[in-house]
Design a protein around this ligand. Structure first.
Ligand code: CA
Length: 265
């Protein structure tokens, strides 16, 4: 028989081995020394790091790995960081990808140019790893709340990314990993409408080859998992897509919809 003390130890180990959701950071930088320094600093903070030495390599990594944030060097061989930022902003799947420009230029006019091209923030070289980490955390809190704060709650629905659990009120509900990711994405961007195509890019990744109607199947499963009442948060917006609405539909609205349907029939 295992002594009580050992049993406690086992429980402790299980709890600490739960994997934290980590942010994936892509660094696009041609100088190996800087990539190394950033890579070392970020791995210490539990970020997952992807590295590219030019824009072309970076586009491939973005499509395949969907980073949560890009650290983009201004001066790159081939396409410059500025041009790359401009293109990322123009392409729908990356239009909202958080970008921090890294640059040796410290002048105010350059900073303005960087921000005008779509960068969210700007760090001048030489920078301290501590400053960079603080900027990354601040930007992630604004742009990827599900990573910065792993617990999301709207109304009765609570999602815990660390424990990979979803609760509706006091009841834990079960759902598949795809439904979980879908719910997490929608809850992290509440009240915004996403087309099927956008959800494919954001939840499945740009290089996934699934049909748009597969989304409908997962939405259906998600609603079923949430149960009759809470599923009201997942709204279908006709010919636009889906959203997580923070309010549940009011009873009157439901009634008027029923009346409308009855009249139409
Ligand atoms: Ca450079």
């Amino acid at each position: 028989m295992i002594p009580e003390k050992c049993q406690n130890t086992v429980i402790f180990v299980t709890q600490t081995s739960i994997r934290m959701p980590v942010a994936k950071i892509l660094i696009v930088e041609d100088e190996p020394a800087i990539r190394e320094m950033v890579s070392y600093a970020l791995r210490q903070s539990d970020f997952e790091l992807l590295e590219a030495e030019d824009a072309q390599q970076a586009y491939g990594l973005i499509a395949d790995h969907k980073p949560d944030l890009v650290l983009l060097d201004w001066m790159l061989p081939g396409q410059s960081g500025l041009e790359m930022a401009r293109r990322l902003r123009k392409d729908a799947p990356t239009a909202e990808l958080p970008i921090i420009m890294l640059t040796a230029r410290g002048e105010e006019s350059d900073k303005v140019r960087g921000l005008e091209c779509g960068a969210d923030d700007y760090v001048s070289k030489p920078f301290s790893p501590r400053e960079l980490k603080a900027r990354i955390h601040a930007l992630l809190r604004r742009s990827a709340p599900h990573i910065a704060s792993p617990s999301l709650q709207h109304g009765d629905v609570q999602l815990d990314s660390i424990r990979h659990e979803v609760w509706v009120g006091k009841k834990q509900v079960e759902m598949g990993p795809t439904e979980f990711r879908l719910l997490r994405f929608l809850m992290a961007h509440p009240n915004r409408v996403y087309s099927r195509n956008q959800l494919l890019d954001q939840v499945w990744g740009q290089n996934s080859y699934i049909e748009e109607r597969t989304i409908d199947v997962h939405i259906l499963r998600l609603r079923k998992a949430l149960g009759k009442k809470a599923s009201g948060h997942i709204r279908t917006i006709h010919s636009a897509g889906y959203q997580f609405h923070t309010d549940l539909p009011t009873k009157n609205k439901k009634k008027s919809e029923r009346v409308k349907r009855a009249k139409a029939a």
